[in-house]
Design a protein around this ligand. Sequence first.
Ligand code: S3P
Length: 175
Amino acid sequence: MKSNIILTGFMASGKSAVGKELAKRLRMDFVDTDKLIEEKEGIKISQIFREKGEPYFRDVEAEVIKEVAEYENSAIATGGGVVLKEENMQALRKNGRIICLSTDAATILKRTSQNRLRPLLEGERGSRENKIKDLLTFRAPYYQKADFIVDTTDLMVKETVEKIIKYLNEKNGNC
Ligand code: S3P
């Protein structure tokens, strides 16, 4: 049986909050790949983007994904762009079920307007809204490759977790 739960989804879709709660409920370890990247590089994600550029960030991200794909019994929250590299998804799939959290553009805009932690969404409110819409459209087919998709737009963290646990119980009962 696959022992990891991989949370994918757009920025601010709730991967870390849901992953932490899921880990607590299922007695798993919680891992956040963005945090591991920051630890590895010794600087914040925004600084990596600014000083070294996105391609460098994606390479480090792919290295971290290879490492966490070997973990056992872990709920793994990934960065929103992890889905873009097929090698990342193949590695994660080997020992994990891929759960995508989806959220609409308006909710993402609302949730990300309070902070400047997301280098891909820098800019004025109007342009940020367009960036979110463009990225969502471009990435939709990548996110759709998940084993299970939960729309978290109107859900509390605990409700999302319940849906995921129900899905996992059904899946594990069937294999
Ligand atoms: C990114 C999402 C971020 C972080 C980086 C790039 C993306 O993670 O990895 O800023 O490409 O969508 P979150 O999804 O946790 O915000």
